[in-house]
Design a protein around this ligand. Structure first.
Ligand SMILES: *Cc1c(COP(=O)(O)O)cnc(C)c1O
Ligand code: SF4
Length: 335
């Protein structure tokens, strides 16, 4: 019990002591401000847990993990076609916190908080404050699902659903497991990569007891995000029967080389995780510099098909506002 309390404090402490100062980050990495066009944004500032910084290479201004979190002047360039709500999600939001866009599953944004701020994130302009479910909405969500027998799966998302306490998370699991038609509960989270200790004994025990099939979709963009410690925590989830999948965002200069994607698939598999989606970037304002040209993405994808076994090739998809599924990218299309 005492041990358990120590680990609990450990991840919570890691969460609350995440780095938010650009100068502190650069000094830890032995980088000079002059090497980088760093900015201090008004909203959605720098946030990165120290365990993730430890996976970065000191002295490398182009480190693929650093580039995911460091706010730079490129964000301030406005590019036409890149908007605040690229997925028009506001149209599929019948109850606060509930997105029902796809037929058999709903997505719940149960928190606005994330352990890490990813600069390309399509949720960075989302008004979470106004869209978080209170206990009243929690009841309404349960009723909504019960009234829609097509729904058999609930996706806990956010923000990051593992950034909330076990107590609050388990309360969600309890009320969802009580809905008989649900077969599957899924968590979309980046926590196992940025603070692996979040997968604490209490969480493992609770997940192991669930009557539902559990799926965890982690969000890893680069093999360097999975060191041995991270892999061990992921394997623990696998051992209790959680299906582990990964979604990646294709990011220019970070993971748009074929070797990088091949290494990522192999590293994921070694940690017990199968590649699921490779998303082309959602066209969110401030992230245009991360976007890859679609023809380049297709060329990359053909190479992945030739280099990897089929089960290590993620599906290359784009999310389109008016489609009720992630849309496969046509890899046969001509220039
Ligand atoms: C991505 C997403 C899902 C899940 O889609 P899958 O293809 O089942 O992984 C569900 N709802 C919304 C709104 C989504 O954006
Ligand atoms: S929602 Fe996911 S991608 Fe966006 S900032 Fe949070 S962890 Fe990063």
């Amino acid at each position: 019990m005492i041990n358990h309390l120590i680990t609990q404090k450990n991840w919570q402490t890691q969460l609350s002591t995440a780095i938010t100062s650009v100068d502190e980050l650069l000094s830890l990495l032995k980088l000079e401000r002059s090497e980088l066009s760093v900015i201090v944004p008004d909203n959605f500032g720098l946030r990165v847990p120290r365990a993730f910084v430890n996976k970065m290479q000191a002295g490398d201004a182009n480190d693929p993990l650093l580039r995911q979190v460091l706010p730079t002047a490129e964000e301030q360039i406005s590019v036409s076609g890149y908007t605040q709500d690229p997925l028009a999600e506001n149209a599929h939001n019948p109850i606060k916190g509930l997105l029902h866009k796809y037929q058999s599953r709903v997505l719940l944004t149960i928190t606005g908080a994330c352990a890490i701020h990813c600069r390309y994130c399509f949720r960075q302009h989302f008004d979470y404050g106004a869209n978080l479910p209170t206990s009243k909405e929690q009841e309404a969500i349960v009723d909504y699902i019960s009234d829609n027998p097509d729904i058999n799966e609930v996706i806990l998302s956010g923000g990051d659903p593992l950034s909330i306490s076990n107590r609050r998370l388990f309360a969600w699991l309890d009320c969802l497991e009580a809905i008989p038609q649900l077969t599957t509960i899924r968590l979309h989270t980046r926590l196992p990569l940025v603070i692996p200790e979040r997968i604490d004994a209490e969480l493992l025990q609770r997940l192991a007891q669930s009557r539902c099939q559990l799926v965890m979709v982690i969000h890893c963009n680069h093999a360097n995000e999975i060191d041995d410690n991270t892999a061990q925590y992921l394997q623990r989830l696998k051992q209790i029967g959680v299906t582990l999948l990964n979604q990646t965002v294709l990011l220019a200069g970070i993971n748009d080389q074929v070797e990088t994607q091949v290494a990522l698939s192999h590293r994921l598999f070694a940690a017990g995780v199968l590649p699921y989606y490779l998303h082309v970037l959602d066209k969110v304002a401030g992230a245009a510099h991360f976007d890859c040209d679609e023809q380049q993405a297709i060329t990359l994808y053909w190479q992945l098909l030739s280099k990897l076994p089929g089960y290590l090739v993620p599906k290359l998809v784009r999310e389109l506002p008016n489609f009720a599924f992630k849309t496969p990218i046509d890899i046969y299309q001509a220039d």
